[in-house]
Design a binder for this molecule. Structure first.
Ligand code: AMP
Ligand code: MN
Ligand code: MN
Length: 327
């Protein structure tokens, strides 16, 4: 495990490793989101420029709404990418734990060099080289720092990836992780030809009618607790039809519109007696601590976990933990 603390030193160490090794496996967390996908694609641009063998392999399929990302077709799913054992180095991006990369964890664990690049405060430093900075808006911003360190030309494709990843993790520049640096980078990406409207539409403002119907049902389930400071919504499997997890991303954010709520959560039935929970916090309640009680994690204001039980059970479990935290 690396003992380098200074962000600039660790960035240099990451760049040295990228120059030194020749064959890389790049991966990210399960249920990939905009930041994770753009991070791995930006890193692939770096390795391409350095003329290194590299493969991007993921455990889960790519959600439809991210298929517009340039180069997305180069990402392999794990079942189409065997054997994976010959890689000298693995780069894991935007994943706070090794578990979060799913079945690939076993392969990655055997790799002689694991480079861990991430912006989750809770990152478990599972790599040989750990570049973890909880103050970064997104992992793609860290990938961009690598790219600029090598002086690689920022094409329109790369600019689209960087802009899209930052927009995604900052919730269109609304979340507190939005820094002046993120906005400066995004300004630069617009100068390189990015269309902010195109990207915002693709990632946030285009919904198919089934998604809107599911949203209507979810919002209809709204309940408020603890003097209306905690809001929750849910959706049953039978109401999801063929909708994917990516389609219901952002449902929880509607609860955040209620001014008095401090914590909000969305329970999505994944299987009988199993719920995927998205938690959001507005004030200073670090919601990742709540998610961790149930084996999940995330950021202080956005976190997730999976909980077994019936819907009333799952809701009760979360409310009990929240009651103790809100007191
Ligand atoms: P979500 O509610 O799924 O949008 O997740 C919010 C944030 O929490 C994202 O940054 C995720 O990467 C993170 N997250 C979600 N689920 C988990 C988990 N089981 N373990 C660690 N982090 C998670
Ligand atoms: Mn992510
Ligand atoms: Mn991220």
């Amino acid at each position: 495990m690396s003992c380098i603390q200074n962000p600039d030193e660790i960035l240099s160490a990451v760049c040295d490793a990228l120059k030194r090794e020749n064959s890389f496996l790049i991966t990210t967390h399960i249920r990939p989101d905009g930041d994770s996908l753009t991070s791995v694609l930006v890193l692939a641009h770096v390795l391409k420029a350095l003329d290194k063998d590299h493969w991007i392999v993921l455990d889960d399929p790519i959600p439809a709404k991210y298929r517009f990302l340039p180069g997305i077709e180069t990402i392999l799913q794990v079942q189409n990418a065997r054997p994976l054992t010959r890689h000298r180095a693995c780069v894991v991006m935007d994943s706070s734990t090794l578990n979060r990369i799913g079945t690939l964890a076993e392969t990655v664990q055997k790799c002689p060099l694991i480079i861990n690049i991430d912006h989750h405060h809770s990152n478990e430093h599972f790599g040989h080289l750990n570049w973890v900075n909880g103050d970064e808006s997104s992992t793609v911003e860290m990938g961009y720092a690598v790219l600029t360190r090598f002086g690689i030309e920022v094409t329109q494709e790369i600019a689209t990836l960087v802009y899209a990843g930052i927009v995604c993790d900052t919730g269109c520049f609304r979340f507190p992780n939005t820094t002046s640096r993120s906005l400066e980078i995004c300004g630069e990406m617009i100068r390189k030809g990015v269309s902010p409207k195109f990207i915002a539409d693709k990632m946030f403002y285009q919904k198919n009618p089934d998604t809107l119907r599911a949203l209507a049902r979810a919002l209809d389930s709204m309940e408020l607790y603890f003097n209306d400071t905690v809001g929750c919504i849910h959706i049953r499997k039978e109401d999801l039809d063929s909708l994917s997890e990516a389609d219901t991303e952002g449902f929880v954010d509607y609860l955040q519109l209620v001014p008095g709520t401090k914590v909000n959560f969305f329970m999505r039935e994944e299987a009988k007696n199993r719920y995927r929970v998205s938690l959001r916090s507005k004030n200073n309640i670090p919601i990742d601590e709540i998610a961790r009680v149930f084996g999940g994690g995330g950021h202080a204001q956005a976190a997730g976990c999976t909980i077994e039980g019936t819907l009333p059970d799952v809701r009760k479990k979360i409310l009990e933990v929240l009651r103790r935290r809100l007191d």
